[in-house]
Design a protein around this ligand. Sequence first.
Ligand code: ATP
Ligand code: MG
Length: 305
Amino acid sequence: MSDYQHLLPAYRSHAALGDAERIAWIRADRWLETAQARAALARLEDLLSYPARDRMPCLLLYGDTGIGKTKIIRKFLRDHPACFDRGTGISSMPVVAMQMPAEPLERDVYGGLLTALGAPGPMTDSTYRLKEVCLSLLRSMGARMLIIDEIHALLVGSFRQQRIFLNVIRFLANDLRVPLICAGTEAARQALLTDPQLAERFEAFHLERWTDDFQVSQLLTSLGGILPLRRPSDLATTAVRRKVLALTDGMTSRIFRLMETVAVEAVRSGDECITIDSFDGDNLVLPLVSMTRHMEKGLRHRASR
Ligand SMILES: Nc1ncnc2c1ncn2[C@@H]1O[C@H](COP(=O)(O)OP(=O)(O)OP(=O)(O)O)[C@@H](O)[C@H]1O
Ligand SMILES: [Mg+2]
């Protein structure tokens, strides 16, 4: 048996597993550190170590849907987990992250935070009381950063509701003297810009789509080194890179989904490697947009034969 030299050492043993196990492995959730994700994490790290002062800096992490915002936040949370000190009996949670409530309502922010703190309680108390409980818990648990994901959901509210909500989160961050991080789409950026005071406070970090460059090669090469296929794949060529970008419009979620599909197909077909031809199959699982284009191209190709 070959020892799968094309794979990174830690991943070689996976290639020897059976088909079903390898397919499950390919489809499992994973984290890959891309250059952009690394830069975003470094920025978050920097803000976490920011000393408490009256006016704390805030950050908006924005980019298209599926670009990887939530993945970055989850990774940051894993890097800074909550911990329980048995000696003192005190739990601490340096980074508190919540998802934007379905509606921009003040009460729901406190509800979301209490759930994030592991202390969901009855939501029958007055808004004022909920806020007090929330602030006191955040302080006693040593929260040093607040993150609100999916902030674009703010836009379902009326203009007035949006302004009230933005003030609520701003005052929360002010009271606690911690940096506030919001993540969302371009629409979120527009919403924040409507409040000059907030726009002034927020620094923006744009997560961009992948383009035809060195970073895409790096991503594909990293995938080639971990996907449990038994033969070396042809992922470093310009043709493959261009094909992947054309089929996915450079969207992170689509790239991962596409690579997962061709890798699974490589296992099922017995080809055991990914080549430029892997991307021409009729059964590629692509998002609707790129799928339409892919089929049109296929039809044109067949008509011209
Ligand atoms: N660094 C990464 N490592 C591995 N997979 C990733 C990474 N970034 C993104 N993905 C893939 O892309 C998918 C979408 O990522 P994510 O949920 O973070 O996007 P998002 O920007 O939060 O999108 P939305 O605005 O719709 O919430 C993930 O489920 C995962 O499959
Ligand atoms: Mg998300």
